[in-house]
Design a protein around this ligand. Structure first.
Ligand SMILES: Cc1cc2nc3c(=O)[nH]c(=O)nc-3n(C[C@H](O)[C@H](O)[C@H](O)COP(=O)(O)OP(=O)(O)OC[C@H]3O[C@@H](n4cnc5c(N)ncnc54)[C@H](O)[C@@H]3O)c2cc1C
Length: 495
């Protein structure tokens, strides 16, 4: 099995070294990998990584592709140091940080099946960032994102392009607590303050003074973010990361990862124990398949992360491969009402104890609101992106109007649905290597806070991959191992 030291070596030394290390380990490709995949004759002619083909032959094939105006299939590299599956905010951030570490040492390919991100969580998110979490690492990840976004022009500017602007709206979150949750809220605020977050605990009297437009019935206290919280435009962040990545040589491939191939050790029997992830099969738009050999692969497939893990036999094999990645798509709605008499600029990102949240959207009297279901039984079905308007009319609107009476006079203007990449084990991040596939890394399960944590997750993975351990925020307790030892890390601040 490959240790992190070997992985580090892979990255430092590039692929040539990778192959020589592999030779020393006496591993061979399991001969049947491709021949038995039932590929057509044409597919079989597609060059596979690892088999010798003269540069002239490669050039000739590339040229044939251009001549026949075929879609960008031949653009798929045959090998890479790191293959990232999913080009949303997390995949783009991981690529960015790995390139930051050493722009010339690492080849990175991002495979994305939906390059306009119609269904990606990133584009369908509410764009919020807060320092108010109950798990310390989550606070630290958000604080780092605020810091990064403050200097985004310095980090992500690209020559010949305008400087990036994610339209950061500075406005604190306001978490309201009934008497039963007051103690927990105070403890959270205390922990957040210890970590340097500027968050303030407000009594009911202070809340009434500050937000006279709010009905505080049933509320005991609230915590308000004073600095670094707010919301921003997710697309602008992804675009800026992508632009920067491309300028540093990251290759974005339009295609779907459909399969992994494995290597088996010569002297072993046919069990899981002998498998090592070796390459990914990418299907491009016209149905052709290409194999990309990699030193490591990072799962950044958002709500579809468990599918990608399963392709690597995670959840379908023996021993450590028995446990699946506990992440699944869960549909969440975002509603946009217009409320002409609403609190406008005075309105923080309010999170009510019943789960309903609301924030201002622009300056024209529009707001964004939503609510996660109260229990599993109320989870909406995920077969499509249809919006449940009844949920708004019968639950969200009445709750909103109860808390902020100005919403009695409001009208729903639009709405959309997106998928949380929901970790049903403990609603928290899964990061780091798989305990069996040491070259398969996770960056999944953010359960609704992945936009704001993407930058910190990318940096953390870069540290782990290149240094063998976390250097800034220690995320080791978020590794996959906790599913084996059944040790959840519950985040109570899921919105
Ligand atoms: C309604 C809603 C509101 C939210 N609000 C917030 C918020 O306020 N703040 C916050 O921080 N977070 C929020 N989130 C969560 C946040 O959007 C996500 O955590 C984050 O965007 C996850 O990013 P990602 O890159 O992992 O996933 P995605 O953006 O979904 O990207 C994954 C990509 O992987 C691709 N992919 C999947 N499988 C394959 C494959 N086999 N081959 C090739 N490509 C593949 C998909 O096409 C997709 O583009 C919200 C989410 C939703 C749905």
């Amino acid at each position: 099995m490959m240790s992190s030291v070997v992985l580090k070596t892979y990255l430092r030394c590039g692929l040539r070294r990778v192959f020589s290390i592999q030779e020393r380990c006496r591993v061979t490709t399991s001969g049947s990998d491709h021949g038995e995949r039932g590929l057509s004759e044409e597919d079989k002619r597609i060059p596979r990584a690892g088999k010798y083909r003269s540069p002239w032959k490669i050039l000739k094939e590339e040229f044939e592709g251009i001549k026949t105006m075929k879609p960008a299939g031949t653009d798929v590299p045959r090998e890479t140091d790191v293959l990232i599956v999913g080009g949303g905010v997390i995949g783009s951030s991981v690529a960015y940080w790995l390139k930051q570490w050493n722009p010339s040492a690492t080849n990175i390919v991002i495979v994305e099946r939906d390059p306009v991100y119609t269904r990606a969580s990133t584009m369908l998110s509410a764009g919020g960032i807060r320092h108010q979490f109950s798990v310390p690492e989550n606070v630290q990840l958000s604080m780092f994102a605020t810091e990064f976004l403050r200097d985004i022009k310095e980090h992500l500017s690209v020559i010949h392009e305008g400087p990036p602007d994610v339209q950061f709206n500075h406005q604190g979150y306001l978490f309201l607590a009934p008497p039963r949750d007051a103690q927990q809220l105070a403890a959270n605020v205390n922990m957040q303050q210890q970590l340097g977050a500027r968050v303030e605990l407000l009594s009911k009297g202070q809340l009434a003074e500050k937000f006279p437009w709010m009905n505080l019935e049933g509320i005991d206290c609230g915590s308000l973010g004073l600095e670094g919280e707010g919301w921003f435009d997710p697309w602008s962040l992804v675009r800026a990361l992508k632009q920067k990545n491309i300028s540093m040589g990251v290759k974005y491939v339009h295609g779907e990862l459909t399969e992994f191939t494995f290597q088996t050790k010569e002297d072993s029997s046919e069990t899981n124990k002998d498998l090592r992830l070796d390459s990914g099969v990418i299907r491009v738009k016209d149905g052709r398949e290409f194999e990309v050999r990699f030193a490591m692969v990072v799962n950044c497939a958002g709500p579809w992360a468990a599918d990608v893990a399963e392709i690597a036999r995670i959840g379908t094999g023996d021993a450590e491969l028995q446990i699946p990645l506990p992440v699944e798509p869960r549909k969440r709605f975002v509603f946009v009402p217009h409320c002409p008499d609403g609190p406008m600029l005075d309105c923080p990102f309010v999170v009510d104890p019943c789960g309903v949240y609301v924030r201002r959207e622009g300056l024209g009297g529009h707001y964004i609101c939503g609510c996660s279901p109260g229990c599993e039984a109320e989870e909406p079905e995920i077969a499509n992106f249809d919006v449940d308007y009844e949920f708004y009319n019968e639950y969200i609107w009445p709750k909103l109007a109860e808390r902020i009476p100005a919403f009695n006079n409001s009208k729903l203007k639009s709405a959309w649905a997106g998928y949380y990449e929901y970790n049903f084990f403990d609603r928290n991040l899964v990061i780091g290597p798989h305990p069996y596939h040491k070259n398969f890394f996770f960056a999944n399960g953010l359960s609704g806070h992945g936009l704001q944590h993407a930058l910190g997750i990318g940096r953390a993975l870069m540290e782990y991959i290149t240094e063998g351990d976390y250097q800034t925020i220690d995320l080791s307790r978020f590794h996959f191992d906790r599913f084996l030892s059944r040790q959840p890390i519950e985040e109570s601040g899921i919105v």
